[in-house]
Design a protein around this ligand. Structure first.
Ligand code: LMR
Length: 393
């Protein structure tokens, strides 16, 4: 039967990893997959993660099963991180998932179970995996404009114009912060306008929050999500611990579902059912590490301090790159790089220019010219700036 299979289109982000590794040049620069690297080019195990792992190793007495939807302590810690203290527990159901992608997938699954006719609205552009998961699930999708390619900024008027067409019961996917792939984000006022519009339409927001703490800070990066959670009766939030805890391979994520308190028990039951039907229990280790860190004041401080170092390091690289390009081009047309937030910025280069930067200068970025800023260091910034100018961007 396997003869009927045909190859799937390669994932353009993951494909770059192989191409980069195969390049023999030593001065090559990897700006592909969204992974944080320190100045030495290493993706470190965070200090608090190491300490929490040691503590778990010292104290853990069993590896028996946990609970089907995941551990309540993890749900509570994540709900507080995402929604803040005093979150509405009475209307919150939660699921421990296999990474942020698992949370995204389960959000689509529960939306489809609740409303089989739902259409999912995605921003253009978005993380490519959003689109392929939706297509794989055969969920109808529509896109709304998001990015002004000339200004390299959010095209809010176009976004709102397109969202006028959403129907009651549709799902509207939003990036909570650090938009992937563009780096351009909504202001809090704009979040308010989106909230009003979705409330008026009876649509349900689904927020992908994969980079909390990488943009303007842990609290600030959750502000839009919290605003929607306060104003709308139903909200889905897919939160990832991969980046902000640096535990990519542990596959740790959490789906939060806010709804009517009267439906909380059945929603919680449905979430557990979805885990059971898909992989039974979600992996425990990463979630246990996260819970240990978030509930221990000392470890939490250690984690927040290191996350802040990571965040300010990325901001420093953004400023340095914008400054370097200002100098080389004698213009301010790359200043947007300093205004964007998170790991990514879309440079606005053509596919040919992206190709030229790769062949001539060993710079690897995604074909749509998304750059992972966290893949840079102070030495590679000038190399990139020169390559951008040489490619005629
Ligand atoms: C990315 O966009 O590079 C990351 O979210 C990693 C991934 O899984 O694609």
């Amino acid at each position: 039967m396997f003869q009927t299979l045909t190859p799937q289109a390669p994932d353009k982000i993951l494909q770059l990893i192989g191409m980069f590794n195969a390049d023999p040049r030593t001065e090559k620069v990897d700006l592909g997959v969204g992974v944080y690297k320190n100045a030495q080019g290493v993706t470190p195990v965070m200090r608090a993660v190491r300490a929490a792992e040691k503590r778990i190793w010292d104290n853990e007495t069993t590896k028996t099963y946990t609970q089907m939807p995941g551990e309540p302590a993890f749900h509570a810690a994540m709900a507080e991180l995402v929604l803040g203290k005093g979150y509405p527990a009475e209307r919150l159901a939660a699921l421990q998932t296999v990474g942020g992608t698992g949370a995204v997938r389960m959000a689509f699954e529960i939306a489809r179970m609740a409303n089989p006719g739902t259409t999912v609205w995605v921003c253009d552009p978005t993380w490519p995996n959003h689109l392929t998961i939706l297509d794989f699930m055969k969920l109808p999708r529509k896109s709304y404009r998001y990015f002004d390619a000339q200004a390299r900024a959010v095209d809010f008027a176009a976004m709102i114009a397109d969202l006028q067409a959403v129907q009651k019961g549709d799902l509207v996917l939003l990036h909570g912060c650090c938009h992937n792939p563009t780096g351009a984000n909504l202001t809090l006022d704009q979040w308010g306008t989106v909230a009003d519009l979705l409330a008026a339409k009876g649509a349900v927001p689904m927020i992908d929050l994969a980079y909390q703490g990488f943009g303007d800070g842990l609290e600030q990066d959750a502000a839009g999500t919290r605003l929607l959670a306060t104003r709308l009766p139903e909200v889905l939030i897919a939160s990832s611990c991969s980046k902000n805890f640096g535990i990519y391979r542990e596959r740790t994520g959490c789906l939060l579902v806010l709804g009517d308190a009267a439906n909380r028990a059945v929603t919680q039951n449905t979430l557990g059912f979805l885990n059971r039907q898909t992989y039974s229990f979600a992996p425990d280790h990463g979630a246990r590490v996260v819970t240990t860190i978030l509930t221990d004041p000392e470890l939490r401080r250690m984690w927040e301090d290191e996350l802040e170092e990571v965040r300010s390091g990325m901001l420093g690289l953004r400023s340095q790159l914008a400054e370097e390009l200002r100098r080389l081009t004698n213009s301010d047309r790359f200043d947007f790089l300093a205004h964007h937030r998170g790991m990514f910025s879309r440079l606005g280069a053509t596919p040919e220019q992206v190709e030229k930067m790769r062949t001539d200068s060993g710079i690897y970025m995604v074909g749509d010219s998304r750059m992972n800023i966290a893949g840079l260091n102070t030495d590679s910034v000038p190399v990139l700036a020169r390559a951008i100018v040489a490619a005629g961007v």
